[in-house]
Design a protein around this ligand. Structure first.
Ligand code: ZN
Length: 335
């Protein structure tokens, strides 16, 4: 009996012990199971990113406009190229400059072309390509007057450049180190000397040159973001179709981050058509999935200032520059 009792007692103890362990396991398992599933449903917490200074970005647009229209073959082209080289050189490790002449199909027009690349953290394997064209359209073909004169291109040229330069400045001097991510800032020339009657290939001549003569052999980036017309008052950035086709995941990531930052008035989830822009060439020729952040109004058309003399400093709004610059910075720091 005694023995039996002891055995029974021991069994009870053992059963209690097992029940105790089992409850422990269930609790642990339940809690282990619950926490990640919450994490999966909730977006990752924002990592600390530096502040994008929209006043600096605005001043960088004014500086570019001070040279006059940055039309290929003019003094303004040379002056602005030197300005971009000097300015990006303050924030990145290496600057590459491509000087060449590009020829348009159909029209056979030739243009002096200066592409500039600023590479931050050149040894990082994970890389993001950020690009914008910096040339001004040689004509105001959508204006009612002075159609054969070049436009200042505050939005259609200078805005993307300014956002890139200020982003590079924030990464370098903003007090938050961007580790393990490399960024290549590509400033392409001769994007906007095309005409519809000369086919889509008459646009993006600088980018067409760069994809065939990459600044580094076998250059690759994990993805790319093209900025075009990113500074106008009332700008609206819908989901552009070529971006969606080649880089839908990237597009969704950027739009979600911008919306979580409170920029839902700008980064709308509406579908838009395909736009002939530098990202199309990068997607087709390099395999780097690249999106376009571009101002398209609800009627799927560009703003009324587009390719007119109204594309000057008066169309620029600092809140738009902030929305784009802060969102793309956050994307980089989330990697
Ligand atoms: Zn344009």
């Amino acid at each position: 009996m005694k023995y039996t009792f002891m055995v029974y007692f021991c069994k009870m103890q053992r059963i209690s012990f097992f029940i105790f362990i089992a409850i422990g396991f269930i609790c642990c398992f339940t809690s282990c199971e619950n926490e990640p599933s919450n994490d999966i449903n909730a977006p990752a917490a924002f990592k600390k990113a530096p502040t994008f200074n929209e006043d600096n970005a605005f001043a960088l647009i004014e500086k570019q406009l001070s040279f006059g229209p940055r039309v290929p073959g003019t003094n303004a082209q040379e002056q602005c190229a030197q300005f971009i080289i000097d300015e990006i050189g303050k924030s990145v490790d290496t600057v590459f400059v491509q000087r060449t002449t590009v020829t348009q199909p159909i029209s056979n027009n030739t243009y002096k072309c200066i592409n500039i690349v600023g590479s931050y953290n050149p040894n990082a394997l994970y890389r993001v390509l950020i690009l914008a064209h910096w040339d001004s359209r040689p004509w105001a073909d959508k204006d009612d007057e002075r159609q054969d004169e070049a436009i200042l291109a505050a939005d259609d040229g200078a805005s993307g450049v300014a956002v890139m330069l200020e982003m590079a400045n924030a990464i370098k001097n903003g007090g938050v180190e961007l580790k393990d991510v490399g960024v290549d800032f590509l400033f392409v020339d001769v994007e906007d000397a095309g005409k519809t009657e000369w086919t889509a290939l008459s646009y993006s001549l600088g980018t067409q040159h760069w994809v065939k003569h990459l600044h580094m052999p076998n250059y690759k980036a994990n993805y790319g973001i093209c900025l075009d017309m990113v500074g106008a008052v009332g700008a609206r950035f819908p989901l552009e179709a070529i971006s969606q086709q080649y880089a839908g995941d990237v597009q969704r990531k950027v739009w979600d981050i911008a919306n979580r930052l409170g920029y839902s008035n700008y980064f709308v989830y509406d579908q838009a058509g395909a736009i002939t822009d530098d990202h199309a060439v990068v997607n087709a020729e390099t395999g780097i999935p690249t999106i376009d952040i571009i101002n398209l109004q609800a009627n799927n058309d560009f703003g009324s200032y587009h390719h007119t003399h109204d594309d000057d400093i008066d169309i620029i709004n600092k809140n738009t520059l902030k929305a784009v610059g802060q969102s793309v910075l956050q994307v980089l720091y989330q990697e």
